[in-house]
Ligand binder design. Structure first.
Ligand code: C5P
Length: 269
């Protein structure tokens, strides 16, 4: 990028107030992954944390925001009925599955082979009135509501794409990946750690931007904001939270249950 085209630090790198302030917010929760790295068992999102499925924690975390009025859950391809009955069986803030009676409605759609496809299938169920869309991994069940609200606020302030992000504790090396698991890998580069961020979800988008990204970008990406970057549009970060970590490996389940136990002690959650 030339110096002329670099946004000045004093100005946000996006057109202000592109999205009307009161536009309703919907959340898409992809929950169709198998969770192979967690070991054998049910699809990851349906595994229990302190007796409650991870997906239910994630849905509650998003519905806890007073701005979120629709949650679209993308279920495992053969698991829509099971997910619907789980939503029916658990108390959820602001509404009831099937929708209409509270301030948050819930919809369940079957997912696809890749995360990208699952999100696309969720977006296909998005009614036209929702101008702001969050995409949140079911595998991040403990994201605090303040993080959700910070993402929404930044989108409502005019950013087309917003990601919660944290600085890294570890130094990161770029390697030439080995073909055999466990074989030594040549280090290619060491990016400057101070410029790196680990990104989380929910990622928040202006609706038109996210739909365009999913219609046009076909490259394999691991997050939705990456698709918006490929369109050449600006993506900004807001502070993430250590409790928004992704449950990926067995040790993460232990950590997640410890966080829930601490919350229960601290505020009777
Ligand atoms: O595999 P990974 O941990 O990156 O998955 C992130 C999220 O995407 C999880 O919540 C998972 O359930 C979801 N996913 C999905 N459909 C897939 C693969 C992953 O909804 N085919």
């Amino acid at each position: 990028m030339s110096d002329e085209s670099r946004p000045s630090p004093a100005q946000p790198p996006f057109a202000p107030a592109a999205t009307p302030v009161a536009t309703p917010v919907a959340a898409v929760i992809p929950a169709a992954g198998r969770g192979v790295r967690l070991g054998p068992g049910a699809p990851k999102a349906l595994r229990a944390l302190n007796g409650t499925p991870m997906l239910i924690h994630a849905v509650r975390a998003l519905a806890a925001s007073r701005h979120v009025s629709l949650v679209i859950v993308v279920a495992p391809p053969d698991g829509s009925a099971e997910v619907k009955s789980l939503l029916d069986a658990h108390a959820l803030p602001g509404g009831t599955p099937g929708g209409g009676r509270g301030s948050t409605d819930f919809v369940v759609v079957p997912g696809g082979e890749s995360r990208q496809e699952s999100v696309r299938l969720g977006l296909a169920a998005l009614p036209p009135e929702y101008g702001v869309v969050l995409v949140h991994d079911a595998a991040r069940p403990l994201v605090p509501v303040d993080t959700v609200d910070a993402v929404i606020e930044a989108v409502r302030d005019g950013a087309p794409a917003v990601v919660p992000a944290l600085p890294l504790a570890d130094t990161v090396k770029e390697v030439e990946p080995a073909t055999e698991p466990g074989a030594p890998e040549p280090v290619v580069a060491t990016p400057e750690r101070a410029r790196l961020r680990a990104v989380q979800t929910p990622q928040g988008f202006d609706r038109a931007t996210l739909l365009r990204a999913h219609e046009t970008v076909t490259d394999d990406v691991t997050d939705d904001a990456g698709m918006v970057e490929k369109l050449g549009l600006p993506v900004v970060t807001v502070p993430g939270h250590e409790e928004a970590f992704k449950v990926t490996r067995p040790l993460d389940l232990v950590l997640a249950e410890a966080v829930l136990a601490r919350r229960r002690l601290n505020d009777g959650f």
